[in-house]
Design a protein around this ligand. Structure first.
Ligand code: FES
Length: 568
């Protein structure tokens, strides 16, 4: 029997006899047909989130095999294991309800199993955040591998990509511009390969942020799911995981404050999903770091928007990949980045970016820093008496004429209220009004559903955008003048719950303000008349969720999962 200081001899099952535990574990491992030589290698776990209820991860079986090739080549023993998989459109009421559960499962299994390093395979919206949150808390050597984006489809000569075009066609269908037969045909053309949504939605945003954090191999974010380069990236990831097992480089040395600042810059420069802020905040919280909206806003003022992809712009992820992907963005942002930040390659960002770089002048989806799409970042943080702890607006996806405006509130008190009334021909609404949705936050939704993209009432046919305000999230693939993540949420007693039909609301992106123009006395009277909160669910995960979920500005993590040094 060989005794290693790693692999099977670590994190032993407790029998009160260490030697017995090693002997028994090796004996059982041999039942899988491994030789002594194989069992003496460092163990690289491959955390595979394949699921037949997650279309985006359909290619993960092949991808995992490529990772294994890389691990074997570098002298490790690859052992694949599952965890919860969150397929965005297959989960009720929303995948966000389960992100923290997945992160906890990841943390527990990384701490419990004899792993020297782990490859984190994720992609669909909540999976990469949950994997990074779990790995941050477990703090064992880890490297992420993304699913990669889908290729685009085509309908009657028009290029289509999930899910910006899903929403665009649905909005046209609601306006009566296309018929049921056409929407039925479009349904089959929107998502045509494995992989994550084809635009700069949440999944692609989180893949880019993972690369920017240094937790993924350079270039790993944008390779399409079905491209042969994706398999080569998987193989290289497996090899690098063995290096991590040998060097012992842990996430706490990679995901530092400097790395999170780099990731925030990238989020702004790529016109990334608003969900990216919540997830980054939650991941940072696991490292004992607080990302606040004021810091984010300050970075926004000095970070140009460089990437012209849907939903804000024109291109798709495959165009971004062909244009050079995130490395081009990082090269253009170089003067703004913390180049000393460490990465999973074992190199600092400075070394990664030190190679030959030539501006890809033949492409149009990435712009040079001296000629950006917008001089300032794509996302802004708002504050005011309607959002004391902040709110978010995606400036790059908004209509400029709506960014500084005062409007009359048309209030929906819940998702079901909105569903029942938004298309009522008698709804008292004009295009100049602000649509307000209450009780769709972390508690009220629950799970902060992606309902912030409130539909334009049918009676306003032809209107393409209105100011919409809620405590919900928005799909990274949606667009419009939409204020999200209002914190504290209505269900937690936030002022959003005190808005009534006809109130005036001031939105000033220039001043970063969101104010309810109602007197303090009137608000106090409304607060006193509020009904008591609903009782907690009697049992189970729902009870844990409602007892411990934090607000959006804290990343909507569970309070007991944040780093022990991070205060409320
Ligand atoms: Fe999985 Fe969009 S549904 S990334």
């Amino acid at each position: 029997m060989t005794k290693q200081p790693y692999g099977l001899a670590t994190r032993l099952t407790e029998y009160g006899d260490r030697e017995f535990a090693v002997y028994l574990r090796r004996s059982f491992a041999k039942s899988m047909g491994f030789s002594d030589e194989a069992l003496d290698k460092p163990i690289v776990g491959i955390l595979n989130t394949f699921s037949e209820l997650n279309n985006c991860h359909r290619g993960f079986r092949e991808l995992a095999e490529a990772v294994k090739r890389g691990v074997w080549q570098a002298g490790g023993l690859p052992l694949e294991f599952p965890t919860i998989s969150l397929g965005e459109v297959f989960l009720y009421p929303t995948s966000m309800m389960a992100r923290n559960l997945m992160s906890l499962d990841v943390e527990v299994m990384l701490k419990a199993q004899p792993l020297d390093a782990v490859v984190l395979m994720g992609g669909c919206d909540k999976t990469l955040p949950a994997l990074l949150m779990g790995a941050a808390s477990a703090n064992i050597p880890a490297i992420a591998l993304a699913a990669g984006p889908m290729l685009t489809g085509n309908f009657e000569g028009e290029r289509l990509g999930a899910c910006t075009d899903c929403r665009r066609f649905w909005a046209a269908y609601r306006r009566g511009e296309i018929d049921p037969a056409t929407i039925n045909q479009v349904e089959g053309k929107l998502t045509v390969t494995s992989g994550t949504c084809a635009v700069m939605g949440t999944a692609s945003t989180m893949a880019c942020l993972t690369e920017a954090l240094g937790m993924m191999l350079p270039g790993g974010a944008a390779i399409p799911a079905v491209h042969a380069d994706r398999l080569r990236c998987a193989e290289a990831t497996g090899k690098q995981a063995v290096s991590l097992a040998q060097s012992g480089l842990t996430p706490d040395r990679i995901m530092t404050g400097a790395a999170f600042e780099n990731a925030m810059r990238v989020l702004l420069a790529i016109g990334g999903s608003t969900n990216g802020i919540i997830h980054l905040t939650a991941i940072a919280g696991r490292m004992g770091l607080r990302l606040d909206l004021a810091q984010f806003d300050a970075l926004s003022d000095s970070t140009p928007v460089l990437v012209d992809l849907k939903p804000s712009g024109e291109g798709y992820m495959e165009d971004f990949y062909e244009a050079g992907g995130l490395e081009v963005v990082l090269q253009e942002l170089k003067p703004l980045l913390n180049l000393e930040a460490q990465t999973v390659t074992g190199q600092a960002l400075a070394e990664w970016l030190a190679g030959d770089y030539r501006w890809p002048d033949w492409q149009s989806v990435i712009r040079p820093a001296h000629d950006p799409l917008q001089a300032q970042g794509a996302l802004v943080a708002l504050r005011g008496n309607l959002a004391p702890d902040g709110a978010i607006l995606k400036r790059s996806a908004a209509s400029p004429h709506l960014l500084n405006k005062t409007g009359r509130a048309v209030v929906f008190t819940s998702l079901s209220d909105m569903a029942a009334r938004v298309d009522d021909p008698n709804l008292d609404v004009t295009a100049d009004d602000f649509l307000v949705l209450q009780n769709a936050g972390p508690l009220g939704g629950p799970g902060m559903p992606e309902a912030g993209y409130l539909p334009i009432p049918k009676k306003l046919a032809g209107v393409k955008d209105m100011v919409r305000i809620s405590d919900a999230r928005m799909s990274g693939t949606a667009f419009g003048t939409i204020v999200l993540h209002v914190s504290p949420e209505a269900a937690a007693g936030g002022p959003l719950g005190l808005v009534r039909h006809g109130d005036l609301i001031e939105l000033s992106v220039d001043k970063r303000q969101l104010n309810l123009l109602v007197s303090d006395e009137e608000l106090a009277a409304r607060r006193a008349a509020q009904p008591p909160p609903d009782p907690l669910p009697p049992r189970g995960y729902e009870r844990l969720y409602f007892q411990t979920i934090q607000q959006a500005h804290l990343g909507a993590d569970f309070d007991f999962l944040r780093h022990e040094l991070l205060e409320e």
